[in-house]
Write a protein that binds this ligand. Structure first.
Ligand code: BGC
Length: 365
């Protein structure tokens, strides 16, 4: 892997890990206290490389830290190898956005055994040992998705048929999103307003698999569907491709999450009803502040405690993990502008071709 950690005189009292080959892939500049970040996937969502990576890099650097950010590309073995490399190279804090809880827990344990504090980033590792967790209110994310569906179909006749395409069963967030959705949808299923066709979790948040699974469920239901709860924009995109093939897109509301460029475009064309905007810059900044405190060792303990004012329950580890949990926002057509104004997605990425007019109408430039 070849991490390059070149320490400078920054007042840190740790030994300097030595290595002199520059790794061009690495975000490290060699200035500041080395902090490792491992992201889980690229294909499951555009967020990881598009938002998290650059925003973490900037936020960590702003705290005087030297970020080493890698992506495991959905490969559990690669994740473990990256973690070993970072631990051996002497990162002072390890930030983990894991593929599954077992893996994340093992990595945290290894790091902690070397005296390296860990932060669970975005995804909580159930039964893990990280001292802190930074994420969004993920039950609220699911509630916004459920609410989006309820709003979209409020005038539909009773018995509207719903298919749910959920996230990876090994990602605790997917469970929380599902629970949040059900807070809104269960009463509607119970009253007969909605009818659940099938709810299916998708391994690894694999977008393609989400599409083929949805297609099978749709075919099995005689081609009939009135609404699709898709857990993120990637899965929504795969669902929309199938709906298009069946002449249904634009007629069947689809939910999403992550406010990606593709998701926002699909909202403007009317193929997707809503997405959930999670201001990842705030997630990155909160993580960087915590990391900076933890990098100080004992001295930073109080500071870290003060930053993590929320708690997340870990039902497996039976503990309340000190957390920073941020607020997610529902985005329909009228709120697309907000995501662009806040700099997450560029107007040029969204307002192409036939969408130029819709952008002008919504004041997006
Ligand atoms: C994240 C979502 C993301 C999904 C797939 C979840 O853990 O919270 O933002 O869409 O993973 O990468």
């Amino acid at each position: 892997m070849g991490l390059t950690l070149v320490m400078t005189a920054c007042g840190a009292n740790q030994e300097s890990p030595q290595s002199d080959n520059q790794d061009s892939d690495n975000s490290s500049t060699g200035e500041g206290i080395p902090v490792g970040v491992i992201l889980p996937e690229t294909a499951s969502s555009a967020r990881w490389e598009g938002f998290d990576k650059p925003m973490l890099e900037q936020a960590l650097r702003a705290e005087g830290l030297d970020p080493h950010i890698e992506n495991a590309q959905g490969d559990v073995q690669k994740f473990a190898t990256l973690a070993d490399g970072m631990i051996n190279d002497g990162v002072k804090v390890l930030i983990i956005a894991s593929i599954n809880s077992e893996l994340g827990g093992t990595v945290a344990q290894k790091a902690n055994a070397q005296g390296i504090p860990t932060i669970d980033y975005d995804r909580l590792n159930l039964g893990g040992s990280s001292e802190y967790y930074v994420s969004f209110d993920n039950v609220k994310v699911g509630e916004l998705q459920g609410q989006g569906m309820a709003d979209a179909l409020k005038d539909a006749p009773d018995g509207a048929q719903i298919i749910e395409i959920e996230g990876a069963p090994t990602d605790n967030n997917a469970t929380l999103f599902y629970n949040g959705q059900q807070n809104i949808l269960k009463p509607l299923y119970d009253s007969g307003k909605f009818k659940l066709v099938q709810s299916q979790a998708i391994d690894g948040w694999d977008n393609q698999k989400g599409g083929t699974t949805f297609e099978q469920i749709l075919t099995g239901n005689g081609g009939k569907v009135d609404g699709v709860v898709a857990a993120n924009d990637g899965l929504a995109g795969a669902v929309i491709t199938v709906l298009k093939k069946n002449g249904l897109s634009g007629k069947v509301p689809v939910t999403g999450q992550d406010a990606t460029a593709d998701g926002l475009k699909a909202i403007l064309t009317g193929d997707q009803y809503m997405t959930v905007f999670k201001p990842i810059k705030l997630e990155a900044e909160a993580t960087a502040k915590l990391a900076a405190a933890l990098a100080k060792g004992k001295e930073g303990e109080e500071e870290a405690k003060k930053l993590a004012t929320d708690t997340e329950n870990d039902p497996v580890g039976k503990r309340e993990v000190p957390s920073v949990l941020l607020e997610p926002f529902l985005i329909t057509k009228n709120e697309v502008k907000r995501v662009i104004d806040e700099g997450y997605v560029k107007a040029e990425e969204v307002c192409t071709g036939e969408l130029a007019a819709a952008c002008t109408e919504l004041g997006i430039s």
